[in-house]
Design a binder for this molecule. Structure first.
Ligand SMILES: NC(=O)c1ccc[n+]([C@@H]2O[C@H](COP(=O)([O-])OP(=O)(O)OC[C@H]3O[C@@H](n4cnc5c(N)ncnc54)[C@H](O)[C@@H]3O)[C@@H](O)[C@H]2O)c1
Ligand SMILES: C[N+](C)(C)CCCC=O
Length: 481
């Protein structure tokens, strides 16, 4: 049962321990048992990580894109070969069911490493012809040392979604996982070394928010990429701005799903289930405001109730279980608090609402109005708010009436309406007739308060490089005196 890592940190190509840092107990959410202890990074550990990253970055950036890509491709293969063990570890770290982690986490990390490994050799600049034989060429240079700060819902995926583009572009990364889920990223660091990365290229240091804040403000860090909540994003962004650092902010949401009368009801119910209860609702892009057009609402709710009978709760390590606990007791309490506020606010509890250990049953509220707390705030748990609407204009207006803008979806058989609605939705990612699919080929990120920049896809290259223009003159220099 113990999942104790060799040491708390992975720095300069090896495990590193310093027990003088704050003690962090690692709890398996499936049972509430302590499974490991790590220690928060001390200033000495942070220094070692940043200094080794700076050294490694120079060696790494001097390689060709093809050479860098080969290391990432090898890392992807090693992750795939070790998928079962990595998935079990992801389940210990997060409590997500093994049935889910076996297909969603290490595999997603491997896909990101393979994708950016394949892209590394084609990160090039352009040639811009000018008058009289002059021209400009550009090159995409690495930014330098990047700091990655992770949330607790997808520890392996977040580490890889940040490492893959950063490293492909010739940067080094110091990654701080969430203090709730410190285990998985250490394994990725081991794998990077085995794949041939130079020591110091990918470091993992543990810590609470103060370690993240130190990274965000340290002058040796050139870019900060955060996956976390909007309040943390505001702090990190402002600290990075004071030092003129590049940022990527992958933050929270309260995303809408619009289900029209003509929707395929099975697809719509499936989308609402995936968009609310996958990972027990601990997904940034979840569609927690489900707007159902009045003509289909009764049928939608009836079918939703029926399909919720398929939920299997229990030990997340049992592959028959398809719904796991919250990551922590604290998160279970937060979600319970929102359920109480939903009931006190006048919404009708249609399904769920109960708690057992860290597990909150999939919960559905109906008769929700836009002004209720459960319709406005990100809950980050399995709580679906069902609202109804009459016209497309009304649905869109209410869907967009939020500070967030991470994701959104529309379910309709009328594809002209699907595209029209997707175009009008204020969100970084929109789905038509599906939910929560995020292939590495597609940009992922938010608008409005939900974020800055994009992860995945060729877009990420722009966020991990800086462009240099070189002007080449063909003739003499025409000066006024
Ligand atoms: N958009 C995305 O891709 C995405 C993905 C996953 C999670 N999220 C969001 O993450 C949130 C849930 O994760 P969480 O509770 O771990 O978020 P959080 O904001 O509490 O913490 C995220 C990370 O930031 C660190 N941190 C906290 N305070 C800090 C500070 N002042 N300076 C620097 N770092 C600091 C934490 O230690 C942790 O590693 C939700 O809002 C969710 O929507 C977004
Ligand atoms: C791949 N998903 C399921 C869209 C999750 C992205 C990361 C957000 O929490």
């Amino acid at each position: 049962m113990m999942q104790q890592p060799i040491a708390s940190h992975f720095v300069d190509g090896a495990y590193l321990e310093d027990t003088s840092g704050t003690k962090i107990d690692v709890i398996y959410p499936g049972t509430g048992a302590k499974i490991a202890t790590v220690y928060s990074a001390t200033p000495a550990v942070i220094d070692a990580a940043l200094n080794s990253a700076a050294r490694a970055q120079k060696t790494w950036a001097a390689l060709s894109g093809t050479q860098r890509g080969q290391v990432l491709l090898r890392a992807a293969e090693l992750i795939r070969a070790d998928n079962y063990a990595l998935s079990v570890l992801e389940t210990y770290d997060t409590g997500k069911p093994l049935q889910e982690t076996l297909v969603a986490d290490a595999t997603s990390g491997a896909e990101a490493l393979a994708y950016f490994g394949g892209l590394a050799a084609s990160i090039t600049g352009e040639y811009i012809p000018l008058a009289d034989g002059d021209f400009v060429y550009t090159s995409r240079e690495p930014i330098g040392v990047c700091a990655g700060i992770g949330a607790w819902n997808y520890p392996t995926q977040i580490a890889c979604w940040k490492a893959a583009p950063a490293l492909a572009c010739g940067n080094a990364l110091v990654f701080k996982p969430s203090e709730m889920t410190p285990l998985c990223a250490l394994k990725i660091a081991e794998i990077m070394m085995e794949a041939g990365a130079p020591a110091g290229l990918f470091n993992v240091i543990q810590g609470l928010g103060d370690v993240g804040a130190t990274l965000a403000s340290d002058s040796r860090v050139d870019k900060v990429s955060l996956t976390g909540s909007v309040p943390t994003g505001r702090k990190v962004y402002s600290s990075a701005a004071a030092h003129m650092k590049h940022v990527t902010m992958e933050l929270g949401g309260k995303s809408p799903i619009l289900i029209f009368d003509d929707a395929d009801i099975e697809a719509a119910v499936g989308g609402a289930i995936l968009g609310n209860f996958y990972s027990s609702g601990q997904v940034c892009s979840n569609g927690t405001r489900v707007f159902v057009q009045k003509g289909i609402k009764d049928a939608f709710l009836a079918r939703l109730k029926e399909r919720l009978k398929g939920v299997v709760m229990g030990d997340p390590l049992d592959e028959a279980v398809n719904f796991g606990p919250m990551v922590s007791e604290r998160q279970a309490e937060i979600v319970e608090g929102y359920i109480a506020r939903g009931m006190a606010g006048g919404a009708t509890l249609f399904a769920g609402g109960s708690r057992n250990g860290f597990t909150i049953a999939p919960t559905v509220f109906t008769d929700v109005t836009d002004d209720m707390v459960i319709a406005k705030e990100e809950i980050f748990g399995p709580v679906m708010a069902v609202l109804d609407f009459e016209t497309e204009e009304e649905g869109l207006r209410r869907a967009n009436a939020t500070e967030f803008g991470l994701s959104a979806a529309v379910f309709t058989r009328d594809l002209a309406r699907g595209h029209r609605v997707a175009a009008a939705l204020e969100a970084g990612t929109c789905w038509i007739n599906t939910y929560n699919l995020a292939p590495v080929e597609a940009p992922f990120g938010g608008v409005k308060a939900s974020g800055v920049g994009r992860e995945n896809s060729k877009e990420a290259i722009h966020h991990y490089t800086q462009v240099k223009s070189v002007y080449v003159a063909a003739g003499g220099v025409d000066a006024p005196y």
